[in-house]
Design a protein around this ligand. Structure first.
Ligand SMILES: [Zn+2]
Ligand SMILES: [Zn+2]
Length: 409
């Protein structure tokens, strides 16, 4: 290319992000910095979105510094991605500070990001307060606003509040519920154990229920151990999403919780026959501006200094056992195989590579399992570390043996 400028570099970074090559995108951004290419707000907006996805807080903070030091006034897009990055890294207080001090006018996305930020951090009272202020300031809410609020209510088990809001959506705010909103409500009722009511709602839906609606019902069946209903729902799901491994795995763990081992084997064989592979579970942890990736299947081999790792791992496991915590291991056949448990490897690595008392931030590409949530609680207590773990569904903050979700997940 005869002449490369910031725009061509930006296009390269954006292309990588679009292709899910997040590490490579960060690498190119580093090259831009090293070669003094300069940057535009577009560059920073894109990189902040990568930081949000990887929970790369320290890189995100570094970019915040660049925004502050710049003599130009930042645009709304870069400030919105800054807010989103803080919210998704579990730093909702920082997110709020940036929101309160914005030098330019907020738009609907700004409000939606703050509401969603409180919702994913489990602070639904604050989310509602912000929503009310948004209404007072005459901003029109949209579909996204209500998906954030409803999914937030679902996560914390506030199903009454969620139901009331769902009914107010079109009447008061002129937003007609779409399939995403129905999916949130179905999930909310199912998780609260009101599966009959959730099923009734599915039948009333104006559009044909999609995979995510049935998927959330299947998940509720797992929580409450409803085997026959789960089988009926799985049958529908296998037709709509024949290759989605997640559905087979959930059904299999429902069988395994019920001790129905023949059926567990049957699902495994069915998956093999159809050539469906389990989605690879992996976790990221950021340490001093560098991001490390962990795959459970690689186990302890993922580390150069594996002796140090192994001894830290054993130390923590012994400590847990001494405290009467029985932790099932990686290769125990009874453990749920949906999760991969790579977050435990990431946590121990973070423990070794960060200073005493510093929080450890982990991002996971699939949903964390109950065993790992319980493991993290004990680990946070025994190591006196705060652990911030975000998966595809929600953000968990572990501190002194407790989790911000109060075990409702
Ligand atoms: Zn797990
Ligand atoms: Zn939790």
């Amino acid at each position: 290319m005869p002449e490369r400028n910031v725009a061509t570099w930006n296009a390269l970074v954006a292309g990588l992000v679009k292709g899910d090559k997040l590490f490579e995108a960060l690498g190119i951004f580093r090259t831009m910095q090293r070669d003094n290419v300069g940057f535009s707000w577009v560059s920073l907006t894109t990189v902040l979105s990568v930081c949000a996805r990887l929970s790369a807080l320290s890189i995100g903070k570094e970019i915040h510094g660049q925004i502050i030091r710049s003599s130009d006034c930042p645009d709304i897009l870069v400030l919105n991605s800054l807010l989103d990055m803080y919210a998704k890294c579990g730093e909702i207080e920082y997110c709020r500070k940036v929101f309160d001090k914005m030098p330019i006018e907020k738009d609907l996305t700004t409000w939606n990001i703050l509401i969603n930020g409180y919702a994913i951090n489990g602070s639904m009272n604050q989310a509602i307060t912000v929503f009310e202020r948004m209404v007072e300031e005459k901003f029109h809410s949209d579909e996204i606003t209500f998906v954030s609020l409803l999914s937030g209510f679902s996560r914390v088990g506030m199903d009454n509040e969620g139901r009331i809001l769902f009914n107010r959506m079109s009447l008061e705010f002129g937003v007609n519920p779409n399939s995403d909103h129905y999916a949130c409500l179905v999930d909310m009722l199912g998780r609260a154990g009101k599966i009959e009511e959730a099923l009734g709602l599915v039948k009333k839906m104006p559009t044909k229920p999609n995979g995510s609606v049935w998927g959330s019902l299947l998940n509720s069946c797992k929580i409450y151990g409803h085997v026959p209903l789960a089988e009926a729902i799985a049958k529908t799901l296998f037709e709509i999403e024949p290759t989605n491994s997640g559905n087979y795995i959930i059904l299999s763990s429902i069988y395994s919780n019920a001790g129905m081992w023949d059926k567990v084997r049957f699902i495994k064989e069915l998956m093999e026959k159809k050539g469906i592979k389990e989605k690879d579970g992996f976790s990221y942890v950021q340490i001093r501006g560098k991001i490390y990736l962990f795959r459970a299947c690689e186990g302890f081999e993922s580390f150069g200094g594996s002796d140090e790792f192994r001894s830290k791992w054993d130390e923590l496991t012994n400590e847990m056992e001494k405290n009467g915590v029985f932790v099932r291991g990686f290769n125990d056949g009874t453990i749920e195989w949906v999760c991969g448990h790579s977050e435990r490897l990431a946590m121990v690595f973070g423990l070794i590579r960060t200073g005493d008392g510093l929080p450890i931030r982990i991002t996971k590409n699939i949903r964390v399992c109950g065993e790992c949530l319980s493991w993290m609680k004990h680990a946070s207590r025994l190591t006196k570390r705060k652990i911030i773990l975000r998966d595809t569904n929600q953000l968990h903050r572990f501190d002194r043996g407790n989790c911000s979700c109060d075990d409702y997940w």
